[in-house]
Design a protein. Sequence first.
Length: 131
Amino acid sequence: PERADKLNDAAFAIGETASVHYGSIYALVNKTRIALAAGDPAQAVQFAVEAANRVRARDTLTLVREEQVLYWEYCALQAVGQDGWPSLADAHRRLMIAAERIESPAMRQSFLEAVPLHRLIKALYCDQTAA
């Protein structure tokens, strides 16, 4: 984890120098995951919220894996007992918009069901909306 954290610090710094900060966002997501694995959910929330706020500020649906950023915000918030529902709902909304752009029904189905994270987001969303 320590080496991964140092590499993410470097990725974040590189991302911050670019005009598009995708590298920074992904570094923050990775730092979220590292903090959760290290048992520091409060730190994870800080990283996750910053990454998600950067995604929301763009609101363009051009960032690859926006749903992943928002999913990890959901996980971090849940880990500290906060309501992660808005993050999960946003991840699901963006996932469904991306799916609607896929013309082929078979490819759309594959996008939603064959990608483990997409399948998980859908399942969590359905579970929470059914409750």
